[in-house]
Design a protein around this ligand. Sequence first.
Ligand SMILES: [Zn+2]
Length: 305
Amino acid sequence: MGEIFRGSRQLAKEDERDYTWGRWQQPGGTMRRAAAILTLAILGCFAQAAELIPCPDCEQLASPRAVMCPHCGCPGDAIRAASANAESQAVMEAQRKAPDFGSSLVWVTSDRGEGVGVCIQSASQLYVVTAQNLLAGAQSLTLVKVTNGESLPYTAIELASDRDLVRLPVISTNLLPLTVSSGSTAGMALIHVASNNTVALVAPNSEIGKLPTGTPFLDLATNVVQILAAANPNGAIDLASVPSWVSVQPLTYRIQTALLLEARKDHNDPAALLKRLTETAWLTPFLTEQAVRVIGEIRREGDSP
Ligand SMILES: [Zn+2]
């Protein structure tokens, strides 16, 4: 645990003009918007028909919920068992082809939580991508390489404009970026970091509740398709279709997300809270959306007897 926190940097107090979060430093006041669109790598060969799985007897497609194959009458249980077996073999094959996933994965630690990030590349810049909720309200944030425990400096914080993702530009000679794909999630594998710091691919749905926030979901060609934003499969967020990445001041981001966290708790002075929420110039549409939701909750609470 001590290794993970090594090199942790504190975000300066709110009343200081200059601040650091990671190695990024910038005089207060300016907010730069970066509209870098992720380079998409479309991989057509895994865009198979959604949901349907092949029957082991007649090789035609059947629903995974079918009682029996509509073409040959093969029992549904046999179809599902054959499909699960084929899937785990495909995952093993992907692992064999690209065994060095440790160099693509990073531990992400803040005072709000722990998770992982995955290295991707866009326009010759390397990034670590993870879920924004690891950073929300956090005063410190540290990236540590999974392979050797080395602290990894980052130079900015860029929020996905419309979803719970963040990317951190990094400079590293020995991080291996994975390609981003907007392909089908069918047949996708997961990167799983075990407690002994080994990295492996696992089949979808296995141990999904135990996976850390930020876990990348891959297709069978080991392209990143989604990022786990919460510890459930519905929390997986598409990475390829982010409309823009907004570079933000860490301090401003912390203040705004701390306000959102505060607003979700019990509150003594809803009027003052509503004033702060409505007067905030939210950094992204995603944060605006959360603010609107929590404002609605507080108002409904006020209406109830
Ligand atoms: Zn059949």
